[in-house]
Design a binder for this molecule. Sequence first.
Ligand code: XMP
Length: 513
Amino acid sequence: MREKVIVIDFGGQYNQLVARRVRECNVYCEIYSYKTDIAKIKDMNPKGIILTGGPNSCYEQGAPSCTEELFNLGIPVLGLCYGAQLMMLVLGGKVEKAPVREYGKIEVSVNTSSALFEGVSPTTICWMSHNDYISQPAPGFDICARTADCPVAAAESPALGLYAIQFHPEVLHTKEGTKMLYNFVRGICGCSGDWKMDSFVENSIKSIREKVGNGSVLCALSGGVDSSVAAVLLSKAIGKQLTCVFVDHGLLRKNEGDEVEAVFGPDGPYKLNFIRVNAQKRYYSKLAGVTEPEQKRKIIGEEFIRVFEEEAKKIGAVDYLVQGTIYPDVVESGLGGESAVIKSHHNVGGLPDYVDFKEIIEPLRDLFKDEVRKAGLELGIPDNLVYRQPFPGPGLGIRIIGEVTEEKVRIVQDADLIYREEIAKAGLDRSIGQYFAALTNMRSVGVMGDERTYDYAVALRAVNTVDFMTAESAEIPFEVLQKVMSRIINEVKGVNRVMYDLTSKPPGTIEFE
Ligand code: XMP
């Protein structure tokens, strides 16, 4: 059984970050709602438990809670912020409204002889965000960190394996936070650190082989990172028993259809059956005259399902259907606990209704995005594919404002290619979160070679983001923007203006639709 730590979610905004940081310590980790049955927790036999932060006051009636039993399982527990306060309250300490609310980077003095703070500087910067505080630790606990305004910034009972931290070690603003989490999972919990991508890949291939046997598997390949990694994993496990259907909807970036075919097609390095469906014309005619972005998304999504189903019918019954679901999709779909459902899946369509299959395989279900990339590299997938930017399922269909036409697709593809080339030449391609060209629906007057023009304006977008839920526009050097502008105007017919979108998210979105 895989060594594992579990994170119990009390509705804090950083629950995924906690799990990611633990995995960075090479320890496998999963998130569960605070409502999870204690018997189920025992059954999982975790090496450690981490309680997350949360927006409530733990002493209020109806606030998310846990039983004392959780602390008596003989499994080390680390409480963070709300989790720390709850641990103290349940075990007989005192939590109340703090006289001074702490928010932001705060200097904390820690006791470096505590196992939790081994190797940490005696005074260190930590991220605080709390209205309540622990005014008195539970009996048997020693205070092991404090700040000017917070007498109990951390408390511990090493004999019981219980630790409570008021601040957030999972947030990067806590300078030595990863070290503290490492001390907990590797030191206190005694995890050996066996969560490594090479063993994930090896184990997955083995278990897929066992599960599938002689069966047949169907995979919808988009060319994005997740579906590509899933397809290669399957191909390594079962070779020609896998069929990948790649739908070219004519809304891909320039040359992308051919690039996907070069990697996964018959001349590529992988053993699998590859079917490319050239559905460009079909999509363009469905989209003719449609200007409303949501409607465009729906049409593109539904058409994908139809095309995929038609191909699946030709293949006949299969045993398994592959989905590229990753862990954040699972978490964001709701843990059944306090965490809000952040967004409904905005991947194209849903599951095809009429594909004849017995079961779904989700080989990446346990992985975070950066782990998917690591698995991709481990599998020998080319760098440019592994580090591909996020690309929306509905593709350029939602980067063209107003009606989508073949001509507009050509314009945005050409402009986008120039933009990407220049960003790469300037060495910025790995440092900007996401960047692309969009085509506005605005035409205006210009002058080129003494002639009047009346052409479109292209908008350039580039953002930096940690989680794609908020974003800031990226500061691209002006010379680079000017170079991109001049190449687009000169090389892309139909464009006479180039603009840079400065809007952050919120109030904008990352896409420009
Ligand atoms: P927004 O525009 O919502 O985008 O700020 C956030 C991130 O999600 C990507 N995105 C999508 N990804 N299917 C996807 O797979 C979609 O329909 C979709 N819409 C937006 C977007 O590129 C950005 O990374």
